[in-house]
Design a protein around this ligand. Structure first.
Ligand code: NAP
Length: 498
């Protein structure tokens, strides 16, 4: 279906532009607003309320006020709200996809993929809501009983990035709702419109006032800092860069706040000589080019065994060459613009640094003229070990290829990073696959697949890629705390069993 300017305007007219606090859509307390731009044109899409620290405070007060009664709602009620929200987001998939394409730039087809992925967290956690359980046991000495229960952590603060505007929010909001927590969401200033539309859907799905509050702002630190220092807040869940995550962990330490951190990655994508090379190229395209390379899971270093490096590289270049760069609403667009000029400059700096360090520019390597922040699909070969691009997240459509001789070398190179989010490998040797699954220092490993994200699986990293997991059975645990009740032996007063 072709999207017209009228379709875009009609959708934008339906997006809420206020802050959601205590169930009311409000202007910012000082009346301030900020503009949200379309990265494919640089044009303003909408002007929306810009939260102040006082608004952040009001949002936390609303979340704190709603916490007690929300925690007491029957699990089935919370499950039904999540299920209705899943159905509503799915029914409005085209709207959600278009708003994401407009504010973030990804092609519509990818945005639709994110809508199903993001919505699936609502369905998955609606199913998990009624399965929160504890345990009961007799102590080893037989003298007492141990009752272990799980309770909602309490009011949460969620800070989310711009690259997956829906899924990064639902991955936190859905398990928090399931567990019985209230929350304040601060979406990225570059892409707040999806979160605002989603918050409206949650209201329509019957979420009580104050359970979800949304404070978009251009002053992230000033608005969230006082909340992190506020003793009413019980949990911080952040998805974003390792640099900001480190700072937030330090601030959160003052309150010994529970934190979940979904941070940056530097994923190795390893191709062994026994791999099905065509499938490996398919996987590399998914792992590298999904979301235009603007993904924490993006293959950042493509490691290819020397014996097949030439063949694999030729195939990858051919696929990258024919990857259509266009505004995300254009039919056939495979890659949209980068999210802003800063991101494009960083991508280009990393490419230039690699070339000056001795890498060969095999494809692309330039900004594309015209409005918007487009960048050519780029392949670098012979990238030297000291090039910055092998240590830092590229966050763009750039594939740096390096070669290795042995499995041991591939493992050593893969682990040679401060990050540990995800790794991918292609091999037909199952034993090798299991060896890699044990040896690679990551939270997630894709064996013969270029995609690991799955709402039913625990997403998250080790090392400086983060703390905690989102999704799967594990995801709800981030929003539950354990209470243990010690009970005296009910037979201690001489009663005996019959
Ligand atoms: P970012 O700059 O760290 O920003 C992430 C969020 O933090 C945004 O909402 C941002 O607000 C906010 N923020 C920035 N400075 C802050 C501060 N001092 N105090 C409180 N909040 C602050 O990251 P990004 O550029 O948006 O996203 C890209 C990064 O996210 C990459 O490193 C990527 O790997 C990572 N990521 C990780 C995962 C994962 O699951 N591991 C998933 C997706 C992305 P404003 O934008 O409004 O300033």
């Amino acid at each position: 279906m072709t999207i017209t300017a009228t379709d875009e305007q009609a959708l934008l007219a339906r997006v809420p532009t206020g802050l959601l606090i205590g169930g009311e859509w409000r202007d910012a307390s000082d009346g301030g607003t900020f503009d949200v731009h379309d990265p494919s044109t640089g044009q303003v899409l909408l002007s929306i309320a810009d939260a102040t620290p006082a608004d952040g405070e009001a949002a936390l007060s609303a979340a704190a006020a709603a916490q007690k009664s929300w925690a007491k709602t029957p699990p089935r009620v919370r499950a039904e709200i999540l299920r209705s929200a899943f159905e509503a987001v799915t029914a409005r998939a085209d709207d959600f996809a278009l708003i994401m394409t407009l504010e973030m730039g990804k092609p519509l087809a990818e945005a639709k993929g994110e809508v199903s992925y993001g919505a699936e967290f609502l369905r998955w956690f609606s199913e998990e809501t009624a399965r929160i359980s504890g345990r009961f046991a007799t102590s080893p000495d037989g003298n007492s009983r141990l009752l272990v229960t799980k309770r909602p952590v309490g009011p949460c603060l969620f800070i989310t990035p711009w690259n997956f505007p829906l899924a990064m929010a639902t991955r936190k909001i859905a398990p928090a709702i399931a567990a019985g927590c209230t929350m304040v969401l601060k979406p990225a200033a570059l892409t707040p419109l999806t979160a605002l539309m989603f918050a409206q859907v949650m209201q329509e799905a019957g979420l009580p006032a104050g359970v979800l509050n949304v404070v978009q702002t251009t002053s992230a630190g000033a608005v969230t800092g006082p909340l992190i220092a506020d003793s009413r807040l019980r949990k911080l869940s952040f998805t974003g860069s390792t640099e900001v995550g480190r700072r937030l962990i330090k601030t959160a330490a003052d309150q010994v706040l529970r934190v979940s951190m979904e941070l940056g990655g530097n994923a190795p994508f390893v191709v062994f000589e026994d791999a099905d090379l065509d499938k490996a190229v398919d996987g590399a395209m998914q792992a590298k080019m999904r979301n235009g390379g603007e993904a924490c899971t993006a293959a950042n270093r493509i490691l290819v065994q020397e014996t097949v490096a030439e063949e694999f590289t030729a195939k990858l270049i051919e696929r990258m060459r024919t990857h259509t760069v266009a505004r995300g609403t254009e039919p056939g667009s495979k890659i949209g613009p980068l999210v802003d000029e800063g991101t494009r400059t960083k991508v280009h700096d990393l490419v230039s640094d690699a070339v000056s360090a001795g890498a060969t520019l095999a494809l692309g390597g330039e900004r594309i003229d015209g409005p918007g922040y487009f960048y050519e699909p780029t392949v670098l070969t012979n990238v030297p070990a000291h090039a910055r691009i092998l240590q830092e997240e590229v966050f763009g459509p750039v594939a740096p290829i390096i070669t290795f001789a042995t499995e041991a070398e591939a493992i050593r190179l893969s682990n040679d990073t401060e990050f540990g989010l995800v790794a991918y490998a292609y091999t037909r040797d199952l034993n090798r696959g299991f060896r890699l699954a044990e040896e690679l220092e990551v939270g997630m490993f894709g064996l013969n697949t270029g995609i690991v994200s799955n709402p039913a699986a625990p997403f998250g990293g080790v090392k400086q890629s983060g703390i905690g997991r989102e999704g799967g059975h594990e995801g709800i645990e981030e929003y539950l705390e354990i209470r243990y009740v010690g009970i005296a032996d009910p037979f201690a007063d001489g009663q005996d069993s019959v």
